[in-house]
Design a protein around this ligand. Sequence first.
Ligand SMILES: [Zn+2]
Ligand SMILES: [Zn+2]
Length: 320
Amino acid sequence: MQRILQPGEIEALDNTSFPRVRLPQVASLFAERAARLRQLAVDNPIADYLLFVAKIVDAQHQAQASLVLDTPDAALMQRAQQHSMPLLPAAEHLDPAWHQVLEAMIETLGASNALPEPLQPLLQELAALGVEERNDIAIKLLQKEVAARHVGMAPFIMAAVQVVLAKRASSLDARDVPYTDPASICPVCAGEPVASVLRIGGQAAGHRYLHCGSCCTEWHMVRVKCSHCESTKGIRYQGIEGAGDGLVAETCDECSSYRKLSNQEKDPLAEPLADDLASLTLDLLMSETRFRRASANPLLYVAFAEEQDDDSDELIDPAA
Ligand SMILES: [Zn+2]
Ligand SMILES: [Zn+2]
């Protein structure tokens, strides 16, 4: 028996109508990320660091629950839409509520003895900083200027800023988010993607999204396109031999950069930021090639100078 399709059903059949922008679900974002970090810590050479970051992410989760933000300025957003500019660039519109988040996170981390002993003074130093000084560091971090003396506190500051940015992004309507040029920066906060992810589930399935390292918004970019310079030529993939192709480095011959791509079809729990952090081995191997990371992981500013003790890992091209 044939019947006429209803409008909603027609859209569901049209596989071109997938979400262009996936705004963060802030109520579950950090909890899922923390769980993923703990999962990836098992048998990981940087397990201690991942477990430490998981505690920071727990504190982010706790802080977002009580956070109430002002509604973003509608006129400001309208101007951005007219000019195809990111809706609310983070460095220009940093909600002062981030200080309150940082305070809450310092308290949570301090009270739970979550931090390794050597990092305790860092937390005290951070707590002692004035509002202006903190603002100054946060804005410099968002503009990718990290002073050597702030490297240690950078992940805490970025974590607090991220809570505010993700909460604000989660309150937006995806339809209000403009197409921006270049397409390699976040259309909400102008941040850089930390990594990209091939999604499963719902209409996003089979599509590649770039994941903002600052506000955690995801936006669609076709596959086999450089997420840094948008070249469609000279894109290749490199992974670690024997580790499968669930996570690979997407390299670009044009701009000599790489960014990681995790594939939920291979690992349904893949979470871009956590997976990027946990695959530091791949970065170490990539550092021996001519490709450079396109952007940093906001929760990793610590320079890992230690030599890798296990040199059995080798880079392979999974497509080969
Ligand atoms: Zn963003
Ligand atoms: Zn490129």
